[in-house]
Design a protein around this ligand. Sequence first.
Ligand SMILES: NC(=O)c1ccc[n+]([C@@H]2O[C@H](COP(=O)([O-])OP(=O)(O)OC[C@H]3O[C@@H](n4cnc5c(N)ncnc54)[C@H](OP(=O)(O)O)[C@@H]3O)[C@@H](O)[C@H]2O)c1
Length: 292
Amino acid sequence: MTPSLAGKTILITGGTGGIGRAAAIALAAMGARVGVTGRDRTRAEAAAAAIAKESDNPAVDVFVGDLSSQAEVRRLAGEVLEAYPRLDVLLNNVGGFWAHRHVTADGLERTFALNHLAPFLLTNLLLDRLMASTPARVVTVSSAAQALGTIDFDDLMGERKYSGQRAYSASKLANVMFTYELARRLAGTGVTATVFHPGVTDTSFSAEDPARAFAPLVAIMRPFMRSPERGADTAVYLASSPAVEGITGRYFADREVKASSKASHDPEDIARLWKVSAELVGLPIDAPQGGT
Ligand SMILES: NC(=O)c1ccc[n+]([C@@H]2O[C@H](COP(=O)([O-])OP(=O)(O)OC[C@H]3O[C@@H](n4cnc5c(N)ncnc54)[C@H](OP(=O)(O)O)[C@@H]3O)[C@@H](O)[C@H]2O)c1
């Protein structure tokens, strides 16, 4: 049975295209008020209108910001807190791939900044609202690439050595480690944290990379790729299903709990990643404390 999400509010980062847009349509169709984020207001408003039409639910809101910039994450979080008296689900979906090293407005390597630090900061800024809206859920989009990832704490910004694949895999491993630590810190609060691999999905992923490194592979792979709807299926499941109520600190693929890499479970690295991430975004390292 399709769960009813009437009365629920869900924020989806990167809801203007790809997996996020497909998740937005499905969740809005179940009755949720859905907020989507994107970088360009005109594009985001056009996407929101299309999501409202396809889901037959007019309750679709737009929040605009480039999440690679911490100032924009903070402003966007403020606007979300202003607009939403409750927040039931945060779907951290935005992510990208760059074959060559780029630097953000904050002087940080872009893959790590956008794929990991942005959801880390946004989640922390919205956490009080999520905790006031329990039962609430934080769902983060990782990738099977997490299994190839290592976190090089001596070169987090890829200054000494950069490859797109290394940076992407590390960021997706960071998504998993962040979720495990968030779940630990939130134990007993009624806010759960889960993370998942969507499957190889036909979206605009990596299309913005000036190197277009994936373009030849995508051209070959496209017939075998999942539709955005299928890629969004586990996101929708984790955001909405009563079957996962209370389940926290788990990595999923195809709606099932799967094992994530050995590296993702290293308690020292998990704690270190949280600490360094908090320092990089200017948050205290001890928040949140959790309820137990
Ligand atoms: N596609 C796959 O095969 C695949 C596989 C494994 C994991 N994933 C993961 O799935 C997630 C979604 O990817 P997708 O395939 O749906 O990608 P996509 O088609 O490229 O969609 C990306 C979304 O993120 C937004 N976005 C991009 N850069 C942004 C920025 N700097 N600030 C704010 N928003 C930004 C885009 O919005 P605007 O352009 O409107 O700003 C768009 O809505 C990513 O985390 C990715 O790592 C994808």
